[in-house]
Design a protein. Structure first.
Length: 256
């Protein structure tokens, strides 16, 4: 179903069940998966691949060139998975020529109105970005993270799985998994306990994460010593192992 006012490039690829609303513009090298619905006044430029059953609302701009002064029109990609909801006025840029070559979004994400995803970002699955949350370039958001409204995240920051960032925060350091971070600049304020329980983390898993949190952030030990203590004392927890690996792999440093 394509509205007669929509402009579709002859080489765009639309799968079965795709709906394109009034005044949309779909460019060359765009692929849209089965049963995806695109509302009115949406612009999708190439090279963009959108998966199945997505819902894309009015005035969204997808696949436009990166806001990067080094970019000179080179080929780069935007890949969006299945079952994503992208609300009004969201902007998602394709990659720059100086990054990994693609901006990527997984499945079942919810981007509320006015969110921005810049070039070379990597967004996982089941992520919520509240109104006007803004990602600079080269950011990675892991699964089940929640980004509050009006949050701004610095380029190259990594946000761990099942974490939550409170509204109006400015994030310049990596946010470890399972944490609550708030402020300008963002600091940690304990665990995202509500999120962990809603996602069916066991009592044992939560207890282990709490113990690791106290050792790493409350003991007064140096970070390296605290991590070694955690590895010695909490030996049978996948969640704590992920937390330790995240911190050890951080390049920007972590929120404290």
């Amino acid at each position: 179903m394509i509205h007669p006012t929509a402009i579709i490039h002859p080489k765009a690829e639309l799968d079965c069940g795709v709906e394109i609303g009034p005044y949309c513009i779909i460019d060359d090298n765009v692929q849209i998966g089965r049963d995806t619905k695109v509302k009115s006044h949406v612009t999708i430029e190439g090279f963009t691949h959108i998966g199945k059953r997505c819902r894309i609302y009015q005035f969204v701009s997808i696949g436009t060139p990166p806001q990067d002064l080094k970019f000179k029109g080179e080929k780069s990609d935007l890949i969006i998975g299945d079952d994503n909801t992208i609300r009004e006025f969201v902007t998602i840029n394709r990659a720059s020529s100086h990054g990994v070559g693609e901006t990527r979004m997984g499945n079942n994400n919810f981007l509320m109105a006015y969110c921005h995803v810049a070039h070379d970002c990597k967004i996982g699955n089941n992520i919520v970005m509240a109104n006007a949350a803004t990602l600079a370039g080269h950011i990675e958001i892991e699964d089940y993270a929640i980004i509050g409204g009006l949050v701004a995240i610095h380029q190259f920051v990594k946000v761990g799985e099942y974490s939550i960032i409170g509204g109006k925060s400015a994030v310049s350091k990596d946010v470890p998994p399972y944490m609550t971070a708030v402020g300008n600049r963002a600091k940690l304020f304990g665990l995202n306990l509500i999120g962990l329980r809603r996602n069916n983390f066991s009592d044992e898993a939560i207890t282990n994460i709490k113990k690791a949190y106290r050792i790493i952030f409350k003991s007064g030990m140096t970070l390296s010593s605290a991590l070694e203590k955690v590895k010695l004392e909490i030996t049978d927890s996948n969640e704590v192992s992920k937390l330790v690996r995240f911190i050890e792999g951080s390049e920007r440093g972590i929120c404290r």
